[in-house]
Write a protein that binds this ligand. Structure first.
Ligand code: PAF
Length: 322
C-alpha cells in the first residue's frame, strides 16, 4: 500500500471518532433539607433518576442537602441553584397565597390534602409563583405535623402553655402556637438540634417522617400525635432554567416530577404507618389519643383571624372538598 493510500485509510478510520461530538450534558442542581434516606431524599433521587432516564442522560441531576429552606428558595430565585424541594414553611414569605395551606386542621387526611393540591386549587396557587420570580412545579409533602418536647406529656391544649416551641419561619404556625399559650421561636431547621440540646427551645413540631429520619428522638422525650397541620412540600425551580428547556424536555421534566411525587408520598405513608412503633422502640413516649376537637376549640380566635386575613372563599372550598 502506498503512503498516500495508507494515510487516506487512517483518516477514514479515524473520521467517525473525530466527527462524533462529545455528549453534551446539562447539569441541574436540586437541593432539599433532609437525609438521602427520607421521604424528601427519595423524592429528589427519584426525580434525578427519572429525568436522566427520560432524557437519555442529556441532563445530569445533582441532589444536594441544605437544611435551611429559606436560603434554598432565595438561591433558586437568584439562580445559584436550579430547584429545591421545600416545605411551605418559609414559602409564604415569597408567595403569600401559599399560606392558606398552612392553616391548622384544614385537611382531614392525606387523601384530602393530596386531592386539593393536585386539583384546581393547588394548581391555581402554583400559578402564583412566576409573579414572584419562581416556578412552582409540583406539590409533594412532609405529612401531618406532630408536637414533640422534652418537658412533659402533652395531652390537652393546656399542656402546651408555656412551652418554648421551635416553629418554621411561618406566621400562620406562629400565630397558632401563640394562641395555644406556647412561646413560638422561628428558626431554620439547621438550628433546631443545637437549640433543643441547649434548651433554647423545649420542643418542636414535625411529621413522623422527619422525626424518624433525623433521629429527633435523641433530643426529645415526648411526642403527641396532634396532627395539627398538614405540611406540604413544593418543588420550586428557577424560571430561567425552566425557560431553557424545550417543550419536549419540559414535558419530561414534569413527568419526572410526578414520579418523584409518587415516591415521596408512598414513603410518607409508610413512615406514618411504622413511625409510632419505631419511635417507641427508640425510647420516646408517644401519646396517640388526642382530643382534636379541644385543640380546634382552643384555636378558635386564630381561625377567626385567618378568615379575615387569608382567602376565606378558598379556605371554604378546601374544607368542602370531597
Ligand atoms: O421543620 C422544618 O423546617 C421542615 O419540616 C423540614 C424538616 C425542613 C422539612 O421540610
Amino acid at each position: 500500500m502506498t503512503l498516500t493510500r495508507r494515510l487516506a485509510l487512517a483518516a477514514a478510520l479515524a473520521a467517525p471518532f473525530a466527527a462524533a461530538p462529545a455528549m453534551a450534558q446539562t447539569q441541574i442542581t436540586v437541593q432539599h433539607a433532609l437525609p438521602a434516606n427520607s421521604h424528601t431524599g427519595v423524592g429528589a433521587s427519584t426525580f434525578a433518576e427519572a429525568f436522566q432516564r427520560l432524557t437519555n442522560n442529556r441532563y445530569r441531576v445533582v441532589a444536594q442537602r441544605n437544611d435551611n429552606e429559606r436560603e434554598m428558595i432565595e438561591s433558586v430565585q437568584i439562580g445559584t441553584i436550579d430547584c429545591t424541594f421545600t416545605s411551605t414553611g418559609p414559602v409564604g414569605n415569597f408567595v403569600p397565597e401559599v399560606r392558606i395551606f398552612d392553616v391548622p386542621f384544614l385537611f382531614r387526611d392525606a387523601t384530602h390534602a393530596r386531592g386539593v393540591l393536585d386539583g384546581e386549587i393547588g394548581q391555581q396557587v402554583l400559578a402564583r409563583f412566576p409573579a414572584r420570580g419562581l416556578v412552582g412545579v409540583i406539590w409533594i409533602e412532609n405529612g401531618f405535623r406532630n408536637l414533640t418536647n422534652s418537658r412533659r406529656e402533652v395531652n390537652t391544649p393546656a399542656d402546651v402553655r408555656g412551652l418554648k416551641i421551635r416553629t418554621m419561619e411561618n406566621q400562620v404556625h406562629m400565630r397558632a402556637f401563640t394562641q395555644l399559650g406556647a412561646l413560638p421561636t422561628p428558626m431554620a431547621f439547621s438550628e433546631l438540634v443545637p437549640a433543643l440540646q441547649q434548651g433554647t427551645v423545649d420542643g418542636q413540631e414535625n411529621p413522623i417522617s422527619v422525626i424518624v429520619a433525623n433521629n429527633l428522638n435523641q433530643v426529645q422525650r415526648f411526642m403527641t400525635l396532634t396532627r395539627h397541620v398538614y405540611s406540604p412540600q413544593v418543588m420550586i425551580c428557577n424560571p430561567a432554567m425552566v425557560g431553557r428547556l424545550n417543550a419536549a424536555d419540559r414535558a419530561l421534566f414534569q413527568q419526572a416530577a410526578r414520579e418523584a411525587q409518587t415516591a415521596n408520598r408512598a414513603r410518607v405513608t409508610a413512615d406514618d404507618e411504622a413511625g409510632v412503633a419505631e419511635l417507641r422502640r427508640r425510647g420516646m413516649t408517644v401519646i396517640t389519643e388526642v382530643d382534636t376537637a379541644a385543640f380546634q376549640a382552643a384555636l378558635a380566635p386564630a381561625f377567626a383571624e385567618w378568615e379575615r386575613t387569608l382567602d376565606a372563599a378558598t379556605l371554604r372550598r378546601i374544607r368542602d372538598w370531597r
